[in-house]
Design a binder for this molecule. Structure first.
Ligand code: GTP
Ligand code: MG
Length: 137
């Protein structure tokens, strides 16, 4: 597919890294199709990360994801999902390759700066979670 979904997470938005992260995304060849600034309630964060609800870190994760503003975006590029996961790096910043967004901006395995969809199907679902049809172009 040629689209993926991302959101810049509360740690990175709060630290003032939104602009620097968007610059890296654009320089890597991704086109921003839709973008806004939003605040998740804990309940809404729980819905977004529903697949992780049995994990021990679920409560901490949803508290963190509702702790401050996020910047969700729909992005376009050939091979978008895979190339974007490469650009952001491993979940744990200690394991993220040098030069990746998480290696540069993430604070911890939880506060890891940015999300990237893990499949074309989830990219579609996650984009629809944040954006109405009229907001996309
Ligand atoms: P996303 O792009 O945010 O989905 O990250 P991911 O696909 O690299 O990781 P995964 O979907 O497995 O986990 C979702 C999010 O849960 C991560 O990005 C972290 O914010 C958080 N997380 C994952 N593993 C841990 C963990 O072991 N401890 C804590 N506290 N948080 C975790
Ligand atoms: Mg994931």
């Amino acid at each position: 597919g040629n689209r993926t979904f991302t959101m810049i997470k509360p740690d990175a938005v709060g630290a003032g890294n939104t602009g620097a992260i968007i610059k890296m995304i654009e320089e890597a060849g991704f086109k921003i199709v839709a973008m806004k600034k939003a605040l998740l309630t804990k309940e809404r964060a729980g819905q977004f990360y529903e697949v992780h609800k049995e994990r021990p870190f679920y409560n901490d994760l949803t508290t963190y994801m509702s702790s401050g503003a996020i910047v969700p975006m729909i992005l376009e590029k050939d091979n978008a999902v895979e190339d974007f996961r490469k650009l952001i790096g491993a979940t744990n910043p200690k394991e993220a390759a040098e030069g990746t967004i998480r290696a540069i901006f993430a604070e911890s395995i939880e506060a890891n700066a940015i999300h990237g969809s893990d499949s074309d199907e989830n990219a579609e679902i996650e984009g629809k979670f944040f954006f109405a049809e009229v907001e996309k172009f």
